[in-house]
Design a protein around this ligand. Structure first.
Ligand code: HEM
Ligand code: HEM
Length: 141
């Protein structure tokens, strides 16, 4: 049970890095006039998967910690970075859905969306490090 969350989140984070690489092409054409084909449908599809997996993983991680180790927050930094990721995921998702449903030339909303999501990816990579420490200190000892 305790291994499901780390494996799920690692997979979700790998997926999010791929989605970011698709978004990078769009970022360069939106703001720097570079040409490049943005795979819109693929970006939206896998972006949704990454967000849904991250959020389900977060809930599962909290459930597992409270069930096996008593109360939430015992993992320290890992817990708090997880809480910080929540508004980034929500903001990234909402702006993404708005832009996908109503397509038009935009400058600022893609930027807000990109910042929320890029921050979420950076925090998730930090979670891989703090999560590995949780595994070492709580599960392998
Ligand atoms: C981890 C997930 C995601 C990452 C890392 C990500 C990243 C990005 C980035 C960097 C851009 C370019 C922003 C810019 O040009 O300034 C972008 C554009 C876009 N993203 Fe995402 N995104 C993610 C998830 C999603 C989701 C879930 C949706 C839809 C529900 C979505 C819809 C879009 C759309 C429609 C654009 C193009 C906006 C435009 O140029 O008008 N993205 N994304
Ligand atoms: C990427 C690799 C990650 C690893 C290796 C990892 C590892 C862990 C481990 C071992 C636990 C203990 C519970 C369990 O095993 O089910 C845990 C809990 C938790 N994880 Fe992760 N995690 C990762 C990513 C994430 C991400 C991306 C988030 C947020 C979206 C997150 C949020 C949490 C939260 C909120 C808890 C509960 C902490 C507490 O209540 O103290 N984790 N994680």
């Amino acid at each position: 049970m305790l291994w499901i969350h780390p494996l799920l989140q690692l997979f979700a984070t790998g997926l999010a890095v791929y989605v970011l690489s698709l978004g990078w092409v769009r970022f360069q054409s939106n703001h720097f006039g570079k040409t490049g084909k943005f795979q819109w449908m693929e970006h939206v599809k896998f972006g949704k998967y990454a967000h849904i997996l991250w959020m389900s993983g977060l809930v599962l991680g909290q459930y597992a910690v409270s069930k096996y180790w008593g109360s939430n927050g015992v993992t320290g930094n890992h817990y708090w970075i997880g809480q910080l990721m929540m508004p980034c995921i929500a903001g990234g998702y909402i702006t993404g859905v708005i832009m996908d449903r109503n397509k038009q030339r935009r400058q600022y909303m893609p930027l807000v969306h990109g910042v929320f999501n890029a921050l979420a990816v950076v925090l998730a990579l930090a979670q891989a490090v703090t999560g590995a420490i949780v595994i070492r200190d709580f599960m392998l000892l």
